[in-house]
Ligand binder design. Structure first.
Ligand code: KG4
Ligand code: ZN
Length: 337
């Protein structure tokens, strides 16, 4: 069964073909990053307009790379939540048009579930595991019991971790998106040069929640001193100290959650899962199997959508042509240990 997956929830326009849920036949990812760079963040209207311009070409190229015709597709999966509504609508409308014209079944899938499903494209993975999603829009830790059985046990109470990396990089004019540049500079810096505070969670916050707004403010305050000619600092040291604080916060929650729920496999996804400090910190943990998909499957991609879509379509589940999109994911169970 060959499924076409369409992903357009944010600023990546991607279409992929996956056979039997695990075999990637072809994937095209067209990134809009250069169009959003001047604004140091994703501009929703630009994102949806670019998806509208590009999606047909991306689809055509994907078929060409797999040397397949549209008639050979057995089903169509599309991200329908969460994300930027205008961007989601472009993918969903395109998918509906295709499903109608080709008379193929359609399924709308959840982007977060798709990220947590992505490793199946590269390795054997048994449930349950602890899923960690770290991107520009999402920061969550979840108990994953099946392809659509997810219980969120920790999340950010304010900014997403990638957003914090991008904002800090923005303050220092390190480029956009800035996570990779902070990672690069942090390798040359000394994290001990600054002591950025661990976040304070409040009553009612969950044990495995994280928070980034205080850390971001601490870094910005550092920058004010940086402007003082009498003050000596290095951006490399600030990057290293920020990265350490941001990532250790996550790693400590991940390890505690793994212990609490007795899960020995951790699966991470999202752009920030590419971070060197994060990867090294988890790799050091004895007794923990850490599954980190390759970068093209960590960041937004059509393959994860097609692979998860296969799980539904192969069981006969379908979306109708009135499939709607939504900015948020309702109804993930949230646990309070
Ligand atoms: O998953 P992703 O490609 O897109 C979405 O947000 O959906 O994640 C992008 C985020 C950006 O915030 C980027 O700065 C961050 O991932 N990022 C990193 C690294 N590479 C990308 N953050 C820290 N270290 C990295 N090496
Ligand atoms: Zn994503």
């Amino acid at each position: 069964m060959t499924i076409l997956g369409i992903e357009s929830s944010c600023d990546e326009c991607s279409v992929a073909l996956v056979a039997d849920g695990t075999q990637l036949l072809s994937q095209v990812v067209a990134t809009q990053v250069e169009y959003h760079r001047p604004y140091k963040g994703v501009v929703p209207e630009i994102a949806s307009r670019k998806h509208t311009e590009w999606i047909f070409d991306v689809y055509r190229q994907c078929l060409q790379e797999a040397d397949m015709s549209a008639e050979q597709i057995d089903g169509i999966a599309v991200t329908c939540r969460p994300g930027l509504v205008g961007s989601l609508l472009v993918g969903a409308s395109f998918a509906k048009g295709l499903a109608f014209a080709l008379e193929k079944p359609l399924i709308g899938v959840d982007h977060i579930l798709a990220h947590l499903y992505a490793p199946h494209l590269e390795c054997e993975l048994e449930y349950p595991f602890l899923g960690v999603l770290l991107s520009g829009g999402h920061t969550l830790i979840a108990r994953v019991e099946g392809y659509d059985e997810v219980e969120v046990v920790g999340a950010t109470i304010d900014d997403a971790v990638g957003e914090a990396f991008d904002k800090v990089a923005g303050y220092f004019n390190l480029g956009y998106p800035g996570g990779i540049e902070i990672d690069r500079r942090a390798r040359m810096g000394d994290a001990r040069a600054y002591g950025f505070p661990a976040p304070r969670l409040h009553k009612g916050d969950h044990l495995f929640d994280v928070s980034y707004s205080g850390l971001k403010t601490a870094v910005v305050n550092q920058r004010e001193q940086f402007r003082d000619p009498a003050y000596e600092a290095s951006i490399e040291n600030i990057c290293a100290a920020f990265e350490k604080a941001a990532v250790e916060m996550l790693v400590s929650r991940v390890l505690k959650a793994a212990e609490r729920y007795k899960l020995s496999t951790v699966v991470a996804g999202g752009g920030v899962a590419a971070n060197t400090y994060f990867r090294q910190a988890l790799a050091r943990e004895p007794g923990l199997r850490v599954v980190l998909p390759s970068l093209s499957l960590c960041t937004d991609n059509g393959a994860m959508v097609a692979a998860l879509g296969y799980e539904y379509l192969s069981r006969g589940r379908r979306s109708e042509l009135d499939l709607d999109v939504s900015a948020r994911t309702p109804g993930f169970r949230r646990a309070y240990p």
